[in-house]
Ligand binder design. Structure first.
Ligand SMILES: C[S@@+](CC[C@H](N)C(=O)[O-])C[C@H]1O[C@@H](n2cnc3c(N)ncnc32)[C@H](O)[C@@H]1O
Length: 337
C-alpha cells in the first residue's frame, strides 16, 4: 500500500482529519515505538497513522489514544477495532479516558514511562461534538447549554452563565472570545437570568443576536459572515473545559514524558492556543536566562526541543474548501532533544 492511499482514506465523509498528510509526515511511524494521540476524537488521525505503520512494515507499533469524551472514545475504539484485530502482530492499541494534561497517568496505565515515537494534539472540539445538539456546543441547533467535552465533569455552560458575576462573564467573553460587546452581553445575561435562568443554546444565541442587531442599527457594528454568537460560544466552551490551562499543564510535562528523539505535533485553531504553544516552545528551544551581554552562559539551562518546521503548517486551498474546520488550523512540530 502506498502512503498516498492512506491520506485519502476518509474516516467518513463528515469527519475529515485536519492536515492529515502533514501529520503523517510529522510522525513517520517506526517499529517498537509508542505514539500517543492525546485527542483521539473519532480516531481519524490515529487510523491513518496505523495504516502508515502497516504500509511501512513498522511493526509492532504501539498507540495510546486519550480523550476526555467517553462517547468519542467508545466510537473511536469501535471504529479502529477491525484494523487492530486484523493486524495483531503490527498494532498494539490502548485507550485512556481523561485529560491529555494527565498524560503521565495515561502512560502509567500501560506501564510505559516515556513516549518514544511521538504525540499528537488536535485541539478543541470535534465536528461530532459540534454537530450533536445535546452536547450544547452549537448555536445553530438548540440544545442544553452543556459544552462539557468530558460528560463526567461537573461544570456546564449553564452553570457559568447562571452563577458567574457580570465582570467575570465579560472578561471570559473578551479574553477567550475577543468579543467586542463583552460587557453589554454580560450585563444582559445577568439581567435576564434573574427571571429566566439560561438552559438552552438558543436562549443565549438569540440574546447575542439581539445585541448585535441593536449595535448594527446604531451603526456600531457591520453584518459579518460569522454568526454573532460564534465568539461567545467559543469563549464559554474554553471556560467550561478549562482548555488553556490544560494545554499549559501538558506543555510543562512534555520534557519529562517524551524520550529524546520523539516528536510532538500540535494543531491549534485559534490565536490564544497558538500563542501559548509558540511561546512555550520558544522558551524550550532557548531557555537561557543569562543577561544578553554575558559572554558565557552561567545559567546552564539546556534546550529541550528543536523546531521541525520554522513556520506553522496550514491547510491548502483545496483542504480549506473541502473541510472548513481546517481554515484556521495551524500545525507546529517539535522534536525532543
Ligand atoms: C478535534 S477533535 C480530534 C479529532 C481526531 N484527531 C480525529 O481525527 O478524529 C478533539 C478531540 O479531543 C478531545 N479533547 C479536547 N481537549 C481535550 C483534553 N484536554 N483532554 C482530552 N481530550 C481532549 C475532544 O473531546 C475531542 O474528541
Amino acid at each position: 500500500m502506498q502512503p498516498a492511499d492512506i491520506t485519502k482514506t476518509p474516516i467518513d465523509q463528515k469527519h475529515q482529519p485536519v492536515l492529515l498528510e502533514a501529520v503523517l509526515n510529522a510522525l513517520p511511524i517506526q517499529a517498537n515505538k509508542l505514539y500517543v494521540d492525546g485527542t483521539l476524537g473519532l480516531g481519524g488521525h490515529t487510523q491513518a497513522l496505523m495504516l502508515q505503520a502497516i504500509a511501512n512494515h513498522a511493526s509492532p507499533a504501539q498507540f495510546l489514544g486519550i480523550d476526555q469524551d467517553t462517547n468519542a472514545l467508545a466510537m473511536a475504539t469501535q471504529r479502529l477495532a477491525p484494523l487492530v484485530e486484523e493486524n495483531p502482530q503490527a498494532l498494539l492499541f490502548h485507550t485512556w479516558h481523561g485529560n491529555y494534561s494527565q498524560v503521565p497517568e495515561a502512560l502509567a496505565s500501560i506501564n510505559e514511562p516515556h513516549i518514544t515515537g511521538g504525540i499528537l494534539l488536535d485541539l478543541g472540539v470535534s465536528s461530532y461534538q459540534l454537530d450533536t445538539a445535546e452536547r450544547g456546543f452549537s448555536f445553530m441547533a438548540d440544545g442544553p447549554l452543556d459544552m462539557r467535552m468530558n460528560p463526567l465533569a461537573t461544570q456546564t455552560a449553564s452553570d457559568i452563565l447562571n452563577t458567574w458575576n457580570e465582570t467575570d462573564l465579560a472578561d471570559c467573553f473578551y479574553t477567550y472570545g475577543e468579543e467586542r460587546f463583552s460587557r453589554g452581553i454580560a450585563r444582559k445575561i445577568v439581567e435576564r437570568r434573574t427571571s429566566q435562568p439560561f438552559e438552552r443554546t438558543h436562549q443565549l444565541a438569540h440574546l447575542v443576536e439581539g445585541i448585535y442587531r441593536y449595535q448594527q442599527k446604531q451603526g456600531r457594528s457591520k453584518k459579518e459572515g460569522k454568526h454573532p454568537a460564534t465568539r461567545v460560544f467559543q469563549a464559554l466552551r474554553i471556560a467550561v473545559n478549562e482548555e488553556l490551562s490544560h494545554l499549559e499543564t501538558t506543555l510543562a510535562v512534555l520534557p519529562s514524558v517524551m524520550a529524546v528523539g520523539a516528536t510532538v505535533a500540535i494543531i491549534t485553531f485559534h490565536s490564544l492556543e497558538d500563542r501559548i504553544v509558540k511561546q512555550w516552545f520558544k522558551r524550550a528551544m532557548n531557555p537561557c536566562v543569562c543577561p544578553p551581554l554575558m559572554p558565557v552562559c552561567q545559567c546552564n539551562l539546556q534546550p529541550t526541543f528543536r523546531a521541525i518546521v520554522r513556520k506553522p503548517i496550514e491547510a491548502d486551498e483545496t483542504e480549506k474548501l473541502v473541510n472548513p474546520r481546517s481554515r484556521s488550523a495551524k500545525l507546529r512540530i517539535y522534536e525532543r532533544i
